[in-house]
Design a binder for this molecule. Structure first.
Ligand code: PMP
Length: 292
């Protein structure tokens, strides 16, 4: 069965799903996106993802031209057309086709793309062995230049940091704010565990307001684990008992080393495992049903 892609109101075969070379999403990275997961035939936190997409679009004065309900429905419809049960969904809205100048007013109609695929993202082994990270020298975009809270198609800041990770042969890296405090990773948020409490940088630090991050904060509250949102230097990561990353693709992934230093005892810690288990229970027990 050919994969079906949602493109501007229609489901088309993957080979037919094409975008103009004049699309400002391509020419300028002018657009927004979301990465969403489906678990066991249900889309996890669809409402929150669509709301974040709408917030990002509003920040760019990009009118998606679809209501919240229409976006949710189109996402579910695309999952259904591809018989998705456990999968990853990519929703992209670009400024649309314009001329070669920057002016977004020359782009009368946004392009809306939804890709839904049944894929296994990370090997289970990763959750047992944990990741090693580096601190990247590329600083996270200053919110005064391009707010990292906007999930835009302009991911070059993250890609430059990712290239540093690749050169260092690690899968992820910590990005610092302009002031030198920990912000987040290239595609994940970060938590440290010290003395039984969780610490994570605040959204105001200039990070993406992660949906997984928010779910972990909720779970911590339910479990009576104190979670503090505050700025901290990378030195606090080095001395933490545990470190883990959160993201739609990663879920909660343990970190066992940073910049050549060992975190905790070099193995995924009990708090990380406990919260990962709780998160997995959550993702399998709620969500918008795909197949009715
Ligand atoms: N930070 C960045 C820069 C991201 O791109 C992502 C999403 N991949 C995250 C954090 C995690 O956000 P979420 O939990 O909503 O996927």
């Amino acid at each position: 069965m050919a994969q079906m892609i949602y493109l501007d109101g229609q489901l088309v075969e993957r080979d037919q799903a094409k975008i103009s070379v004049y699309d400002h999403g391509l020419l300028y990275g002018d657009g927004v996106f979301e990465g969403i997961r489906a678990y066991n035939g249900r889309v996890f936190r669809l409402d929150e993802h669509i709301r974040r997409l709408e917030r990002s679009a509003r920040a760019l004065m990009l009118d998606i031209g679809m209501t919240h309900e229409e976006l949710c429905e189109a996402t579910i419809e695309t999952c259904r057309a591809n018989d998705v049960r456990d999968g990853y969904i990519r929703l992209v809205v670009t400024r649309g086709v314009g001329d070669l100048g920057l002016d977004p007013r020359k782009c009368p109609k946004p392009s809306v793309i939804i890709i839904a695929a049944n894929i296994q993202l990370y090997p289970e082994e990763l959750y047992e062995t944990g990741l090693r990270l580096i601190t990247c020298s590329t600083r996270r975009n200053s919110p005064a230049s391009l707010d990292p809270g906007i999930k835009s198609l302009n991911y070059l800041n993250n890609i430059l940091a990712k290239i540093e990770c690749i050169q260092a042969d690690v899968p992820e890296g910590i990005m610092l704010t302009n002031a030198g405090m920990v912000s987040e990773c290239t595609g994940d948020n970060i938590f440290v565990v010290t003395g039984g409490r969780l610490v994570t940088p605040p959204v105001e630090a200039g990070i993406l307001d992660g949906i997984t991050r928010a779910a972990v904060i909720e779970l911590a509250e339910q479990e009576n684990i104190l979670c503090v949102e505050k700025l901290f230097p990378v030195a606090e990561v080095y001395t933490a008992d545990e470190v883990f990353l959160t993201g739609t693709a990663a879920e909660l992934v343990p970190v066992v080393g940073v910049d050549g230093r060992v975190i905790g005892n070099g193995k995924p810690g009990p708090m990380t495992k406990r919260l990962l288990n709780r998160f997995r229970e959550l993702t399998r027990s709620e969500g918008t049903p795909i197949h009715v």
